[in-house]
Ligand binder design. Structure first.
Ligand SMILES: [Zn+2]
Length: 140
């Protein structure tokens, strides 16, 4: 995980199922190489507000947070227990290096030490429970 791991929308590519699966592994939003079809035409990464500067993060846009991002943020909060808006707030508060350090600490599997997948209720490496996944959280 590094500064290039942060997708335009504020998600961390390393935590994505697309980047962790064995087959057709995605190189990440900011890298060149294989990406799933829908990612090549992502309406957030390739947003017209960016005027062609597609590496910009959403929080660097003067329309931030726009309706599209807020809708995605809500979907992620409900489904995966992860907030994009919160990620951007932390990034701003902590700075890039500290933010990345915190994300690694937050998402490290307590059983095997690899990064958990935010889209899965289990660690894809060792099968241990992902404690951040809403359906694993008894209080949810
Ligand atoms: Zn694990």
């Amino acid at each position: 995980m590094n500064s290039k791991s942060i997708a335009s929308c504020g998600l961390i590519c390393d935590l994505c199922l697309g980047a962790q699966r064995k087959k057709n592994r995605c190189v990440g939003c900011n890298a060149t190489g294989y990406k799933p079809f829908h990612c090549n035409k992502c309406s957030i990464r390739y947003c017209s507000e960016k005027n062609g500067n597609y590496d910009l993060l959403c929080n660097e846009c003067n329309k931030y947070p726009c309706k599209r991002l807020k809708t995605l943020d809500k979907r992620y909060r409900v489904k995966y227990g992860e907030s994009l808006v919160e990620n951007f707030a932390l990034l701003k508060e902590l700075g890039m290096d500290e933010f990345i350090r915190m994300m690694i600490e937050k998402w490290q599997c307590r059983n095997c030490g690899e990064l958990l997948c935010a889209h899965s209720n289990k660690c894809l490496v060792c099968g241990a429970m992902n404690p951040r996944f809403p359906e694993n959280n008894s209080n949810a």
